[in-house]
Structures are given as structure tokens and as C-alpha cells.
Design a protein around this ligand. Structure first.
Ligand code: NAD
Length: 437
């Protein structure tokens, strides 16, 4: 099939590469000329496991091409996917749809034959109808707008896109349903995982999923803080809870709070939508509040451990990305942790396998001079009064603790992801503090 994808971010580039890999003829557009130039030169603007070889292979096979022209994308695809960003707009938390509407208008202006316009971006209920109005103002060609929210996880995006748990297709147009069924059929060889519904339900499904997942994290963080107070071990509680099939073991991990490019903005957007319709989503609102507080849980523990005497101390930080296997630092807990510690007068030595440069650029001029980004994780711990594990990259799971103890100014470990064994570390002479244990 002839497919266009608008946007070369985590969703657009992955979707384009995977559709091409399944034999489709794909043209991928982005208004950011730097990104397109860099992709054409063989350097992807994002890190995502398995993506680089997939792009290279399909470009070489002639099935995947890139352009800076949305007009060209409008002319190429029988199906045109919109995968542009929908960040938070302003202080009320609403989603900024301007990138999407701008792309829709451009596509509308240049349509030369009937097309299916598929919205993959996460958007408030009613957006498919708004895109339909924008397109109608620009074109006389017949078209249908379909909502097809994306559920891939950064860090496993290629695999998730190739093997989706479900594919939600929101449209009441029969022909569009059949075309998208044909497109996605090869992704569902074992069993049909397509769920058809109306566009509004599809749009809400995406927010409901993210709100539920964020709530699950905040629930566990709330419980973990109680476990700290009552002297229970949240890791045992978690295993006990997760063994109930109604609860399940996945996504039940306490930590330093969620971040990333999706949960925080999507939670804000669904709360705003609810307000617009006269509802208060009490549970989701609490999940957001708990999360903001949880991002500073390690700072509170450090202040307590050092009797509020943080100024002049050096802290090592392992992990800056909002989660492992990505270079994405948007709303990463590490940003808030490090900014707060620097405001307390601390110096930071930090390491991340992929996200270092993005993180340094995001820190801000007033904070960055107090932070040193290092290439070797052990260097981050050298001379440190404490080491904070913020993002659980695999390489941090079994470090050489003896080496750490020898080089740290004080052997204290603050494990924000409950990755390490307290008994082992206390046996080695460390002070150890986890989350809820
Ligand atoms: P991103 O910010 O990484 O990429 C968006 C891209 O769109 C950028 O490269 C930008 O230059 C481009 N763009 C903006 N306006 C454009 C226009 N008018 N024409 C062409 N290109 C334009 O975003 P992302 O993380 O890929 O997310 C895209 C959407 O998918 C968002 O709505 C997001 O909520 C949703 N989503 C993201 C994820 C994820 O894990 N990142 C998962 C599911 C859904």
C-alpha cells in the first residue's frame, strides 16, 4: 500500500519504518529539515533499539523515503498517518493541537485523490471531527478521518509496533475500516487484535489507558510511602499483590514517579477535558498530585540522611532518561531531582548510557554549571557523598559495589528503583535506602 507518515518522532519514524518493513511503499515527512537531513545522512534523531538497522534496510530496499514536504506526503499516500506532537499548551493543561491542525490543513490543500487520514497522535475527544472540518475547508477530494491511537512504549517501540497487543480503529466508515483491516492484518497473524469503534471512543480509550497506568504507579508509590512509615517491605507487598490475577504483576513498581513525553501531558489533558465537560476525575487528579510529590522522594530521604546539610556535597546520579532504553528526557524525574539538589547547593556528577546530551541541554543555564556529565558510571560515584539510582538501565543492576565503596566519599546508596539487595549492601558496609522498604 502507499502510505505517508507525517512526523519523524518516536511514533512517526517507528511506524514508517515498520510499515515499510512489511512491504508498503512509505514516504515520511517532517517540517524539521534538520531531522530529515540527519536521517538521510544515516543518523537517526532519536535512539530506539532496533530502529537504525530497520530504517537502513528499508531505505536501501527503496520502500522508505523521507521528505520535508507535507504536500508531497499528501500526494503520495492512500493512507496518511498524522504522528506529530501534541504537547501541553499552557497552564490549564490542555493539549496543543496546532501542529496537528497545521499538518491537516497542508495535507488538505495538496490532496489529489481520495485518502484516509489517520490520526495517530494522542488527542482530546472530538479532534477527529475538528480535523475533518479543517480538511473540508481545503479540499474537494473525498476523505475520511480515522482515529488510530498508538500504544507503543519508548524503549521497545519497534517491537511493540510490530507485535501490538491491540489495534484500536475509530471510524464509522465501512470502507476505511476494511482498508485499515487490510493494512494491519499482517500484524495480527496469530489472532485478530483489531478493535473497531467510533472515533470519540478511540480517542478516549488512549487517555483512559494512560490515566489508568499512571494511577497504578501512583497507587504503588502511595503504598510504598506507607510501607516506609509502618516498617513493611513494599517489594514483598508488590509480589503478594501481583500474584492475584485480577491485579497482575506488571506495571506495579514503586519508584521516583513517572515522567516522559506521554503520561504527564496526557494526564493533564484528560483532566482538562473532564473539567470542560463539568467532571472532576478525582482518582486521576490524585495520581497526578502523588506523582509530583514522588519525584522528590529521594531528595527528602537525602535531606533526612544528611540532616538537611546538602550544600557543598557531591552526589552521583545514575540514570537521567525518564526510563531505561531511551534518550528521551521529557519530564524525567531526574530533572526535578537534580534541579532541587543544585538549589540546595549540591554538586552533581551524572551518567546515562544514552540521554546525557539531551539532559544537559534541558537542565538550564543556572543548573548546568553545578553538574558534570561523565562517560563512565563509576566516575559519577567517585568522591560522592551518596549515589542515587534514578533510572534502572540494565548496566546499573549488578555494579562492582566493592569498587564503589572504595571510591565514594561516603558509602551511601539511594535506590530509587529498588534494584539492589539491602542485606548484601549493608553487609558490604553501605548505608542503603530504597523506596518503601
Ligand atoms: P515527537 O515530539 O518525538 O515527534 C513529533 C514530530 O512531529 C517532530 O519531529 C516534529 O518536527 C514533527 N512535526 C510537528 N509539526 C509538524 C508538521 N506540521 N508537519 C510535519 N511534521 C511535524 O512526538 P512523538 O513522541 O513521536 O509523539 C507523537 C504523538 O504520538 C503524540 O501525540 C504522542 O502523545 C503520541 N504518542 C507517543 C508515544 C511515545 O511513546 N512517544 C506513544 C504513543 C503515542
Amino acid at each position: 500500500m502507499k502510505i505517508s507518515v507525517i512526523g519523524t518522532g518516536y511514533v512517526g519514524l517507528v511506524a514508517a519504518a515498520v510499515f515499510a518493513d512489511f512491504g508498503n511503499d512509505v514516504l515520511c515527512a517532517d517540517i524539521d529539515a534538520g531531522k530529515i537531513e540527519s536521517i538521510r545522512a544515516g543518523k537517526l534523531p532519536i535512539f530506539e533499539p532496533g530502529l537504525q538497522p530497520l530504517v537502513e534496510h528499508n531505505v536501501a530496499a527503496g520502500r522508505l523515503r523521507f521528505t520535508t514536504s507535507n504536500a508531497e506526503a499528501a500526494r503520495h499516500g492512500d493512507i496518511i498517518f498524522m504522528a506529530v506532537g501534541t504537547p501541553t499548551l499552557g497552564s490549564d493543561g490542555a493539549a496543543d493541537l496546532s501542529f496537528l491542525f497545521q499538518a491537516a490543513a497542508e495535507v488538505g490543500r495538496h490532496l489529489e485523490r481520495p485518502a484516509i487520514i489517520v490520526d495517530k497522535s494522542t488527542v482530546p475527544v472530538g479532534t477527529a471531527e475538528r480535523i475533518t472540518r479543517i480538511l473540508s475547508e481545503q479540499t474537494k477530494q473525498p476523505f475520511v478521518v480515522v482515529s488510530n491511537p498508538e500504544f507503543l512504549k519508548e524503549g521497545a517501540a519497534v517491537d511493540d509496533f510490530m507485535h501490538p497487543d491491540r489495534i484500536i480503529i475509530g471510524t464509522s466508515d465501512d470502507a476505511a475500516r476494511q482498508t485499515l483491516h487490510r493494512l494491519y492484518q499482517p500484524f495480527c497473524r496469530t489472532n485478530d487484535r483489531m478493535i473497531f469503534m467510533d472515533a470519540r471512543s478511540a480517542e478516549l480509550t488512549k487517555y483512559a489507558c494512560n490515566a489508568y497506568l499512571a494511577t497504578r504507579i501512583s497507587f504503588m508509590n502511595d503504598m510504598a510511602n506507607l510501607a516506609d512509615s509502618v516498617g513493611a517491605d513494599i517489594e514483598m507487598v508488590r509480589r503478594g499483590m501481583g500474584s492475584d490475577p485480577r491485579i497482575g504483576p506488571k506495571f506495579l513498581f514503586p519508584g521516583v514517579g513517572y515522567g516522559g513525553s506521554c503520561f504527564p501531558k496526557d494526564i493533564r489533558a484528560i483532566l482538562t477535558t473532564a473539567r470542560e465537560y463539568g467532571h472532576t476525575l478525582e482518582i486521576v487528579a490524585s495520581a497526578e498530585r502523588i506523582n509530583e510529590a514522588q519525584k522528590l522522594v529521594l531528595v527528602r530521604k537525602l535531606r533526612k540522611h544528611f540532616d538537611n546539610d546538602i550544600a557543598g556535597k557531591t552526589f552521583g546520579v545514575w540514570g537521567l532518561a525518564f526510563k531505561p532504553n531511551t534518550d528521551d528526557i521529557r519530564e524525567a524525574p531526574a530533572l526535578k531531582i537534580i534541579r532541587t539538589l543544585v538549589a540546595d547547593g549540591a554538586k552533581i556528577k551524572m551518567h546515562d548510557p544514552e540521554a546525557g546530551p539531551n539532559f544537559l541541554a534541558a537542565l538550564g543555564d543556572s543548573v548546568a554549571p553545578s553538574c558534570t556529565l561523565v562517560d563512565d558510571p563509576y566516575e559519577a560515584a567517585e568522591g560522592a557523598h551518596a549515589l542515587l539510582l534514578v533510572t534502572e538501565w540494565r548496566e546499573y543492576r549488578s555494579p562492582d559495589f566493592e569498587r564503589l565503596r572504595r571510591t565514594m566519599a561516603r558509602p551511601s546508596l539511594f535506590d530509587g528503583r529498588n534494584q539492589w539487595d539491602r542485606a548484601l549492601l549493608e553487609g558490604l558496609g553501605f548505608f542503603y535506602s530504597g523506596i518503601g522498604r
